[in-house]
Design a protein around this ligand. Structure first.
Ligand SMILES: Nc1ncnc2c1ncn2[C@@H]1O[C@H](COP(=O)(O)OP(=O)(O)OP(=O)(O)O)[C@@H](O)[C@H]1O
Ligand SMILES: NC(=O)c1ccc[n+]([C@@H]2O[C@H](CO)[C@@H](O)[C@H]2O)c1
Length: 249
């Protein structure tokens, strides 16, 4: 069974923090970080392993400068989404091989379960990826908190003054509105909850998804065919009202 889980949402919502906790807790779990696919200059390019690509940002990255004078980090065009999709497809075609190549040892007792976490701020805006998720989470925090958390961060390229209000926040609003207008179904998570609470909540939800999936795919126990007559079904029906009366007491 293969499960692709999106840990998406706004910058500084807590995506990486949550992803790292899930990664430690889930069996046979790999991760792809969208930030590793910012279009880089130099030798790195499509198909290059993300781990190799990330440090080559500077100084010749391919991020366009907008009319507002800011480098347009927070637009989809600044990311090599084809390369990200290729990486997802590599996992899909052989999760075992992908796990091995990324140093994840496959647990023999859960060897038929493979989970891929995709972590990033624009996960649900690239059409070819949208339908591949089994679950799409979306972390949010209020504007003030987001701005404050962002001011404490040290990105590979430091934010110039005014970037948050001039570019980051407006782009977040634009892409979120588009996602909602396109009817992409996401599970919103309140990033103001504690790290532990968020971790427990999402872990439990993913575990339930795994359980539902395995029940769906398991061969159903031998059941009397409907054509054998209505009698058997009636037995269940008479038992039910009694149970629901008890529930409502
Ligand atoms: N639940 C939380 N409560 C309070 N602070 C948090 C929580 N989760 C993460 N943080 C802090 O918020 C900051 C951003 O967290 P993190 O790097 O996980 O966010 P992110 O969504 O991956 O950000 P980005 O997309 O910009 O890289 C970090 O300083 C982190 O320690
Ligand atoms: N990952 C980086 O090096 C980098 C460089 C410049 C800006 N960013 C910001 O990362 C966020 C997504 O995680 C976006 O809001 C970018 O602005 C990242």
């Amino acid at each position: 069974m293969k499960l692709i889980v999106g840990i998406g949402g706004m910058t500084n919502g807590g995506k990486t923090t949550l992803t790292n906790s899930l990664l430690r807790a889930l069996p046979n779990c790999c991760v792809i970080h969208q930030d590793d696919f910012f279009k880089a200059g130099g030798e790195a390019g499509p198909g290059t392993e993300p781990e190799v690509q990330a440090p080559l940002f500077q100084p010749q990255d391919q991020i366009a400068v907008g009319e507002d004078g800011f480098k347009q980090w927070d637009v989809l065009e600044s990311l090599d989404m084809e390369a990200m999709l290729d990486t997802v497809q590599a996992w899909l075609s052989s999760p075992q091989k992908f796990a091995r190549a990324h140093g994840v040892s496959v647990q023999p007792e859960a060897s038929d379960t493979h989970i891929l976490l995709l972590e990033g701020f624009l996960l649900y805006s690239y059409k070819p990826l949208v339908d591949l998720y089994s679950r799409r989470y979306f972390l949010t925090v209020p504007y003030e908190e987001c701005k404050w958390r962002r001011s404490t961060r040290n990105y590979t390229v430091p934010d110039p003054p005014g970037l948050f209000d001039g570019h980051v926040w407006p782009m977040y609003q634009k892409y979120r509105q588009e996602m909602e207008a396109n009817g992409v179904e996401v599970v919103y998570l309140d990033g103001m909850k504690s790290r532990e609470e968020l971790f427990r909540e999402v872990l439990e939800d993913i575990q339930n998804s795994l359980l539902n999936r395995s029940q769906e795919s398991a061969p159903s126990p031998a059941r009397p065919a409907r054509t054998q007559g209505p009698g058997r079904g009636c037995g269940h029906r008479t038992a039910r009202p009694a149970a629901s009366q008890q529930d409502s007491m």
